[in-house]
Design a protein around this ligand. Structure first.
Ligand SMILES: [Fe+2]
Ligand SMILES: [Fe+2]
Length: 206
């Protein structure tokens, strides 16, 4: 994406966050944009979906849009879910689920072999977890708290567990039980997991 497109998407991201009326949105946006954090220009991955500047921002917005539509669908099919799937919570948890990736990608030139068999230098990224090596979902949740954002326990849990069993420490009974308990207690957890999958595996898949 070019700079203008990134600015347009960034404005959309901030507007959605502000629509929740939460305290601390400005501080969070500032944190995502300064120092070693490059949330608004980072890719979503190196070799998979949205592996270019602004990819992480687009993935976050796609997850939010998928989450809001899944929320409508779930409530239409089961109206008693409405108080447990608040619009603001869906926005906060989906937009922030992957903010942990804001400081791990760094522009780099790599050699790639083309279809014609010739090696060429192409713009890519290196991955380095050393800035704040806290993990994935748990790092996103901590970053939101660290910025001082007003955020609920269920939103933190939905962010923490958005990878479901793909992010379980090997053989950890406690982590497995915590994941299951979070999903049983808060339907928001399942909704964010689904929205992330819809975005990454259906909308962004080539
Ligand atoms: Fe993720
Ligand atoms: Fe994601």
């Amino acid at each position: 994406m070019n700079k203008q497109e990134i600015e347009t998407r960034k404005a959309e991201f901030i507007e959605l966050l502000k629509s929740t009326g939460r305290e601390g949105v400005d501080e969070l946006v500032e944190m995502l944009d300064e120092g070693k954090m490059h949330f608004f220009t980072a890719p979503a991955s190196v070799n998979h979906h949205l592996n270019s500047d602004g990819g992480l921002l687009v993935h976050s917005l796609n997850t939010c849009k998928a989450g809001l539509k899944l929320r409508e669908m779930a409530i239409a099919m089961k109206p008693e879910l409405e108080p447990m799937l608040k619009r603001d919570s869906v926005i906060i948890a989906t937009l922030l689920h992957d903010i942990c990736k804001a400081d791990i990608y760094h522009p780099a030139i790599k050699k790639r072999k083309g279809d014609d068999g010739i090696w060429r230098e192409v713009a890519s990224y290196d991955v380095n977890y050393s800035n704040f090596p806290m993990g994935h979902g748990e790092k996103s949740a901590m970053m939101a708290l660290w910025a001082g954002l007003e955020i609920t326990q269920e939103e933190l849990l939905a962010i923490r567990w958005h990878m479901t069993a793909w992010d379980l420490p090997m053989q950890s009974v406690e982590a497995t039980k915590s994941l299951n308990a979070a999903r049983d207690k808060h339907p928001l957890c399942s909704l964010v997991q689904l929205a992330d999958g819809v975005a990454a595996n259906l909308i962004e898949h080539d």
